[in-house]
Design a protein around this ligand. Structure first.
Ligand SMILES: [Fe+2]
Ligand SMILES: [Fe+2]
Length: 326
C-alpha cells in the first residue's frame, strides 16, 4: 500500500493560529484575512500579506516553496474570515483551479462560525439544518470531480470538533460507499447527510455545556448519544430509515459488545456498519491542537486488530484500499 505520509511532514500549527488551504489565496484577488506562513526554520509565523492587499508574486512563491499547501491565519481573525467565506461557497464548489482538498478545507471554514454559534445556542433544529447544508456541499464536491482520498485526508481543517468530525465522516462515508458499490447518487447524498448527523446526540446536552459536565455525566452523555440523536431526528420527514439507523447504530459492534443496545452483526444496518469504520478511523487520526496530524498507518494497525469483532472486515479492507489511492 502506498504511504499516506509520503508528502513532506506538516509542521504543527503554532498556538493562536489556524491553518487553512493555500487555495484561499486564489479564491479572491484581495486577501480575505491577513495571511502568514512558517519560515523554513523557526516556529514564529511571518506575515505574507495583509488583509485587503493583493498577495505578491513573492508571497505566492514562498508559500509554494514550503510545499505544505497551507496558509496560517490568526484565530482572532478566523470568525470574520468564516463569515466572508459563507457567501463564497458557490464559488468554492465550482472553482476548478482549486483541488478538492483545497475546496474541502474552505467549505469547512465557511460553515465553522455558524456551527460554533448554533452549538452555543443549543438549538438542535438549526444544527440539523447546518449539518444538512454541509453534507450537501460535501456530496457536491465529491461527485463533481476526480477524488484523491489521501489529499482530502491531509487537507487542513479548522473549526469546531463537531463540524470537522461530522464532515470528515461524511466525506469518508461517501468515498467508502462508492468503493463498496453504491452507485445511486441519491443514496450517496443521503449517506453523506446521515454521516454528517451521526453524532447529533453529542450536542443535545440540555442547558449544561459539555465542558462543565462531571466525568460520570460525560460518560452517560457518550453512552446515550446514539439514542438521543435518533430520538431528536425521528420526526424529520426528510430522513429515511437507513439514515436514522446510522445515527442509532453507529456504535454497535459485530460481536454484540457495542451500544446503545448491543445487537449482533445481522441486526446492524449496512450503512451503520460502514459509518462505524470511518468514524473510528477519524477518531484515531484526529489532530490535537498544536500537534501534527497522526499517522493513518498507525490507525489502520489498531483498526485491523478489531476487524471481525467490532468492525466489518470487508468494509475495513475496502476503506484501507480507498485511502491508499493517491
Ligand atoms: Fe458517536
Ligand atoms: Fe463520531
Amino acid at each position: 500500500m502506498p504511504s499516506l505520509t509520503a508528502k513532506p511532514s506538516t509542521p504543527a500549527t503554532p498556538s493562536g493560529y489556524c491553518a487553512l488551504s493555500s487555495g484561499l489565496l486564489q479564491l479572491s484577488e484581495k486577501a480575505l484575512a491577513s495571511y502568514y506562513c512558517l519560515p523554513d526554520s523557526g516556529t514564529t509565523p511571518q506575515l505574507l500579506c495583509s488583509r485587503g492587499a493583493t498577495p505578491s508574486a513573492d508571497a505566492m512563491a514562498r508559500l509554494r516553496e514550503q510545499g505544505y499547501g497551507r496558509v496560517l491565519i490568526t484565530e482572532k481573525e478566523f470568525p470574520a474570515l468564516s463569515e466572508r467565506l459563507v457567501g463564497k461557497t458557490g464559488a468554492i464548489l465550482t472553482d476548478t483551479r482549486l483541488s478538492q482538498a483545497e475546496r474541502f478545507s474552505m467549505l469547512l471554514a465557511a460553515r465553522s462560525n455558524e456551527a460554533e454559534t448554533v452549538q452555543r445556542l443549543l438549538k438542535p433544529i438549526r444544527l440539523v439544518g447546518l449539518a444538512k447544508q454541509a453534507a450537501e456541499d460535501i456530496f457536491e464536491l465529491l461527485h463533481a470531480g476526480r477524488v484523491a482520498p489521501a489529499e482530502l485526508f491531509h487537507a487542513p481543517r479548522f473549526g469546531s470538533r463537531w463540524l470537522i468530525h461530522g464532515a470528515n465522516v461524511a466525506c469518508y462515508s461517501v468515498l467508502l460507499g462508492i468503493a463498496t458499490g453504491i452507485q445511486d447518487q441519491e443514496d450517496l447524498r443521503r449517506l453523506a447527510i446521515a454521516a454528517m448527523l451521526h453524532d447529533l446526540g453529542q450536542r443535545c446536552d440540555g442547558d449544561k455545556e459539555y465542558a462543565k459536565l462531571t466525568r460520570e455525566e460525560k460518560q452517560d452523555a457518550h453512552d446515550s448519544h446514539p439514542q438521543r440523536g435518533f430520538e431528536e431526528l425521528l420526526g424529520d420527514s426528510d430522513l429515511d430509515r437507513r439514515q436514522l439507523m446510522v445515527v442509532y447504530q453507529h456504535h454497535e459492534s459485530l460481536d454484540g459488545g457495542g451500544f446503545p443496545v448491543g445487537v449482533l452483526q445481522d441486526e446492524i444496518a449496512p450503512w451503520a456498519m460502514m459509518v462505524r469504520v470511518v468514524d473510528e478511523f477519524d477518531e484515531l487520526t484526529t489532530v490535537e491542537p498544536g500537534r501534527a496530524k497522526p499517522n493513518p498507518e498507525t490507525a489502520f494497525r489498531k483498526l485491523r486488530e478489531r476487524a471481525g469483532k467490532d468492525l466489518n472486515t470487508e468494509m475495513l479492507r475496502c476503506w484501507m484500499q480507498v485511502m491508499s489511492k493517491a
